[in-house]
Design a protein around this ligand. Sequence first.
Ligand SMILES: [Zn+2]
Length: 393
Amino acid sequence: MTEILQPKTTEAPKAPLIRLCPWPEGRSFALFLSHDVDQIHDRELFRVLADANHIRRRLMQGETGDTRLAGIRLARSLFWPKPAPKDFATLLEMEERHGFRSTFFLLHDKYWARHGGRYSLQCPEIQNIARMILAAGGELGVHGGYYRFNDAVRYHESLEAVESSFGVRPCGIRNHLLRFSYPETWRAQAAAEFAYDASYGLPGELGPRGGWPFPFETCDVSKGELLNLMALPITVMDATLFRHLRLEGEAALEKAWRAVEGVIGVGGMVSLLWHNNYFNEPEYWDWQMVYEELLNRLAPLKPWCATGAEINGWWRAKAAVNVQTHPVAGEKTRVEIHSPQEIKDLALEIRSTNEMRTSLPNVRLEPVEGGTRIHFPRLSAGKTVTLEVATSH
Ligand SMILES: [Zn+2]
C-alpha cells in the first residue's frame, strides 16, 4: 500500500518527526486492574484466627480498627458466612460500570498452611467465581505460591492446575505477598512458560518500583540474557496504603491518587492491585471506597484498560514494529511501517504542521497538537505499509 499524504497548507519545509504512540488508539495512558485471590471463604480457620487475633491486638495493643465491627465480622463468618461470589460480583459490577475489565491471580499452593492456599481450585465456589470472571471478559492468572517461590517446576504445575481447572491457559503470574528476588524469580517464571510477571512492586511503597511505569522485558544481567518475560510494574496496592503506610479514608485516597497522577502524567501504565476479600466489609469500608473512587476518577480520562495478557501481547507486538523513514524526491519523506505480527489499533504521530490527507483504506487521520496522528486499526503480520509525507508545499 502506498499513499501520498498531501499538504494543504503552504508552510516552510519541516522534517516530520515520527513517533509510535505508546498505547492503542493513541490513548494517553493504560490501566491494568488486578486482584490477588488469597481467600474466598468467609468461614475458614485461618480467617477466623486472624480476626480473633486482630480483636485481641486491638484491645491489648491499641491496633487500629473498630472492635465492634470486627466482632460483628467474626460472628458473621461463624454463623452467617458471606457467600463466596458476593465480593466478586461487587467488584466486577464496579469495573463493568466503566467498561473496565481485570485480571484475577488465583492462588494454587499448599493447602492448610499459614501462607498457603485457602481454597481448592476444584471447589464449586471458585468454579462459579471463575465463570463470572470469564463471562465479564476478565483474565485468570496464577498467584505464585509462598511454598513454591522461585521454583520453576512448581510454578508450571500451578499454571497447569489453573488451566485444567478452568479451561484457559494462564500467561501471567504474580507472587503472593509480592515475593521477589532478582534474577531467580523471573528466571523461574520464564522457565515455567509464563509470558508476564505482575509482582514488580515494593509492598511498603507507592508508585512504580524504581520509578518505571511501563511494561519492560526482563533480563538476567548476571548471565547477559533476555528472559522472554515481560514485567508489569504495580502502581498502588491496597495493603500498601492501609497496612504498610497505615492510612485511612480520604488520606489513603489522596495518597493513592497522587501516585496514579504521576504515572498518568508520563503516559505510563497505571496498575492497581486490590484484594477481593476487603469488599462488602464495614470495618474495611475505605478499602472499597478508595478503589471505587480511583475508578471514578480514572474513567473520564479514557485510559486503555486491558487485562495483563492483553497489555503483554500488545506491548510485545508494538516493540516489534519497525518504522523507517527515507527522504525521497520532491521534498517528501517515505515512511515504512512493518509489523512482524498482527497488531491492532497502532497509532503513529507525525510532527508536521502540514495538513494531511489519505485514501488508504481503514486508515484514519486525526489532527493533534503540532501534527497528525495516524490510526491503523489493523496491521497484518509481515506486511509493510508505506506512506509518503509531503514535508513542504
Ligand atoms: Zn496474595
